[in-house]
Design a protein. Structure first.
Lengths: 640, 295
């Protein structure tokens, strides 16, 4: 399931409103008419490029007739408004209508073809429209085109007055309407069907997406605003000429689309402004203008296929990584508060994956407990266990890289379950712990399983909370979890304020005096840690974990909350375990995803009982092993 | 339509057909071996014409025409191979190579055309004619230049066909186009043969450009229309065999000549594009095609 919140809940809203406000304020601040003209053209380019992106980028339809659709809009306006004397405003709307109609005709051959043939047939159709336009000179004016087209008026006010300010706002309005249309469309059922057909045609068809209807609607939807933009363009320049079909216009549009990034709405919008300004600036260089734009296209395709939008994303990621890293560094100074909360010493060790913060009660004589925290949490989440278990055990926990006050790691290598298990080994080695009882929560549960499966340290007992063990990823992911929860946020790179509090509430506890520090810590987490951890689930040998559990070499307990919003308890109960404590999952009544935090007493009681039983079992097992050894001594065949 | 008109229409159709055959062969050579369409093919046509002009015109270096044509072919071969290494090879393994190569070759076409404009300027030029005078064949008289053109085109296409059929590099190119992986497993240098295919394609485009340049005035956009015609021919005939674009070229040439006569200069292209769309709809693999693409 894809997490896709509405616009007003994402972080995109504020930049979008700022950009809109800037565009509205612009003509009142700057009077220069020529540059205003460039921006009006940029509006038109942005509309045509984003609409094209719907079929080319989102739909994966190699539609090269888009320039033809634009020209259809131009000529619809010219013929209706000038020759037939219709209202110019209605003619603009009609431009969208005829373009959609032509798109429907184009879709007929497109439906029968695939790949390069779609390119060829759309080019042929666009050429056909071109030759009809220049041949039908009685109506279209042929090669010389049509001039002195009617201008747009509101009452008696001509929009070209006051430095074309009227056209500026009509263009802006059209762009906003176009973007809203595309945004809503891409998020609708149809939009998802369009993308599904692109990504996996046969699977989409098998799931009930009608290819013919979807393709036809894609082309029509991408034509509507293109036609209107063409009509607006004609009304603005007041000429219609067959130059609109030219390779130059196609190249500019293609460069906007590619530089902006296909398959996104906002990239081409940004690129439309950049390229329009650039191309106006280059206009003085004559033939060099096209050479430079064409070279830019090639360079982008070769070196930066994601385009400008990918660059924006990379910049955002770099800023966010810097923010979280500085925040972690800053919070390292609050060592006193953390040590007081845990009543344990904090120290730092340098590992392969960066600087790791360890909390350790440090009683060398006592058996060691290692607590592993969950996604976007920190070691202090276990402070109630630090207090409850410190008398009998040595309690250790640490912050994963990108979490708490550990440093950010290299996302490619440090942010995955295997790396976390490796760090756990380093932490235990640094603590001089030879055998350990591990308690893993959520993501930490998988780290615990992996740590045990790697068998580099001796895990004497393992308890996991809020973690469904997985056998096949990603199939079991769908089985083990409840998809209706905020779980989808677990892999989301950037949290808005709302999402951070949603995830914090579901994963730990609603904000209260007790849990405020967890919510405060959440925003420090490196967003890449969430993204890469999920992305790299595939590197883990999941069946090895499951084999280990079914062999039951060590006592294993499931201590999830009974009201855990993320888990599918039935799935967890159905799995085969070789040595499950008390034979069934021990749900903490009323416990949520962090039962050790919101039901600490019940959790601690069970955990203590489990640790005791584990100790006793191990004693029994040693005897068992001795018995087996004796058996083997008697019958050497058993040893094989 | 009287006999004289008919013969002149036929004559025009045959010359057009020969030119289209040359252009379409180059286009389909790349399509069959690499599986992509080269939209810079039109720019290659223009480039070939300008290079030949540079070598042969008395205003430039003033070489005799035929050595100039040979030099042009060599230069065009190099340009084509270079283009393959710069604009196609980097993406060969990507899933969306078809779309990317359309984009890069379109961009290359823009660069080449504007480069021509920068180097040689917008003034129209013409290459010296292939020959002068007329040859009378009974009632019909043919221009010597047209006969030379026809003979050259047929000789070159025949040579290319024999090369692909019997010569070792030609056979390797066919092997590479039929099964790239198998060819690689046999130790064949696939990129080299792709580059050769691209170079040969560019050379035939350049030659077509030379011929167009001897008939009409040259300008940097002179390749756009021939590119579209070549496209129509390739679609119409399919690329099942080396020869299928040849038949198609002559059919399309005739169709164009007759539509110009019947419908006028402006509507003729519309007829051709409608033909292309109809063929794409009814028989996307082309009139002479089967489903397999091979040389």
């Amino acid at each position: 399931m894809r997490y896709d919140p509405p616009l007003h809940k994402t972080q995109g809203l504020v930049p979008l409103l700022i950009a809109l406000a800037a565009l509205i304020a612009y003509p009142f601040v700057f009077e220069a008419t020529y540059f205003r003209h460039v921006i009006i053209l940029a509006f038109v380019f942005a509309i045509v490029a984003t609409s094209w992106d719907l079929s080319l980028g989102y739909g994966g339809l190699f539609n090269f007739a888009h320039v033809g659709l634009f020209a259809v809009g131009i000529y619809t306006y010219s013929i209706l408004a000038k020759t037939l004397g219709f209202s110019p405003w209605l003619s603009i709307l009609a431009g969208g209508g005829t373009a959609a109609l032509v798109a429907l005709l184009i879709s007929l051959p497109v439906l029968r073809l695939d790949g390069i043939y779609v390119i060829l047939v759309t080019i042929a159709l666009s050429q056909l429209i071109y030759f009809i336009v220049i041949s039908w000179s009685d109506v279209t004016g042929g090669t010389s085109g049509m001039v002195t087209l009617p201008t747009l008026k509101i009452g008696d006010y001509r929009l070209s007055k006051d430095g074309r300010i009227g056209y500026y706002f009509v263009g802006l309005g059209l762009l906003v309407a176009n973007l809203a249309f595309l945004y809503l469309l891409t998020r609708s059922r149809l939009g998802r069907a369009i993308v599904a057909l692109r990504d996996n045609k046969y699977y989409a068809i098998a799931r009930g997406v009608s290819e013919a209807r979807t393709r036809a609607l894609t082309l029509m939807a991408s034509a509507v605003f293109t036609g209107m933009a063409g009509a607006f363009y004609a009304a603005y320049l007041r000429v219609a000429s067959p130059d609109a079909f030219g390779i130059g216009f196609l190249t500019v549009l293609l460069s906007i689309l590619l530089v902006g990034g296909t398959g996104t709405i906002w990239g081409p919008v940004i690129a439309a402004f950049v390229i329009s300004v650039l191309s106006e600036w280059l206009a003085g260089f004559g033939a060099w203008q096209n050479i430079i734009i064409a070279s830019a296209i090639i360079l982008v395709v070769v070196f930066y296929p994601g385009g400008l939008w990918a660059a924006v994303q990379e910049l955002r990621e770099a800023v966010d990584a810097l923010r979280t890293s500085l925040l972690a560094r800053w919070r390292r100074r609050e060592v006193r508060a953390r040590e007081d909360r845990l009543n344990a010493k904090e120290r730092f060790i340098e590992t392969r994956h960066g600087l790791i913060a360890i909390a350790d009660t440090g009683d060398k004589g006592k058996p060691a407990l290692l607590f592993l925290h969950g996604n976007s949490a920190c070691k202090e989440a276990f402070y109630k266990q630090f207090h409850a278990f410190r008398d009998m055990y040595r309690v250790i926990s640490f912050d994963f890289p990108g979490h708490g006050v550990s440093s950010n790691g290299d996302p490619e290598t440090a942010y995955n379950i295997a790396a976390y298990a490796e760090i756990a080994e380093a932490v235990l080695e640094d603590s001089n712990v030879a055998d350990v009882r591990v308690i893993g929560w959520s993501l930490g549960g998988y780290v615990g399983l992996e740590l045990a499966a790697r068998a580099n340290v001796e895990v004497q007992a393992l308890a996991i909370a809020g973690t469904p063990p997985l056998n096949q990823v990603p199939i079991d992911f769908g089985r083990g979890y409840n998809p209706d929860s905020h779980l989808v946020l677990a892999s989301k790179q950037y949290f808005s304020r709302q999402e951070a509090s949603d995830f914090g509430n579901s994963a730990t506890a609603p904000v209260s005096e007790d849990s405020a520090f967890l919510h405060r810590n959440l925003r420090r987490t490196d967003g890449r840690a969430r993204l890469y951890m999920i992305g790299k689930l595939g590197i883990i040998d999941w069946p090895r974990q499951m084999r280990m559990l079914s062999q039951g070499k060590f006592p294993f307990a499931l201590l999830s909350g009974s009201d855990d919003p993320f888990l599918n308890h039935d799935y967890i109960a159905r799995l085969r375990y070789g040595n499950l404590w008390r034979g069934i999952p021990q749900d903490i009544p009323g416990g949520k995803h962090a039962p050790f935090f919101n039901k600490p007493d019940e959790f601690n009681m069970r955990l203590l009982a489990f640790l005791h039983d584990a100790e006793r079992d191990r004693g029994d097992e040693k005897e068992n092993t001795r018995e087996i050894d004796r058996e083997i001594d008697r019958d050497p065949g058993l040893g094989h | 339509m009287d006999a004289a008109t008919l013969s002149s229409v036929l004559q025009g159709g045959i010359v057009l057909g020969a030119l289209y055959a040359l252009m379409a062969t180059g286009l389909s050579l790349v399509w069959t071996t690499l599986g992509i369409f080269n939209f810079a093919h039109g720019a290659f046509i223009a480039l070939g014409a300008y290079i030949a002009w540079q070598f042969s015109s008395v205003d430039a270096w003033g070489l005799p025409l035929f050595p100039a044509i040979l030099l042009t072919l060599a230069v065009m071969f190099a340009v084509g191979a270079l283009m393959y290494f710069l604009l196609v090879k980097p993406f060969e393994r990507r899933a969306d190579v078809v779309l990317i190569s359309v984009i890069t070759t379109l961009a290359a076409s823009a660069i080449l055309e504007n480069g021509l404009l920068l180097i040689w300027g917008p003034r129209s030029k013409q290459i010296p004619s292939l020959g002068s005078g007329e040859v009378a064949l009974g009632q019909i008289s043919l221009a010597t230049s047209e006969i030379i053109l026809l003979a050259l085109v047929l000789a070159i296409l025949l040579g290319l066909g024999l090369f692909l059929r019997y010569a070792r590099p030609g056979r390797i190119m066919r092997a590479v186009s039929q099964n790239r992986e198998a060819a690689e497993l046999l130790g064949l240098n696939v990129p080299l043969y792709f580059a050769i295919a691209f170079g040969l394609s560019a050379a035939t485009a350049g030659l077509a450009g030379v011929f167009v340049g001897t008939i009409r005035f040259m300008n940097p956009e002179m390749g756009t229309e021939p590119l579209m015609k070549a496209l129509i021919v390739v679609i119409f005939g399919g690329v099942a065999r080396f020869s299928s674009p040849l038949y198609a070229a002559f059919i399309i040439g005739m169709l164009e000549a007759f539509s110009i006569y019947v419908l006028g200069l402006y509507w003729a292209p519309a007829v051709l594009f409608i033909t292309m769309i109809v063929v794409l709809l009814l028989k996307p693999e082309g009139l002479f095609g089967n489903h397999q693409r091979t040389l």
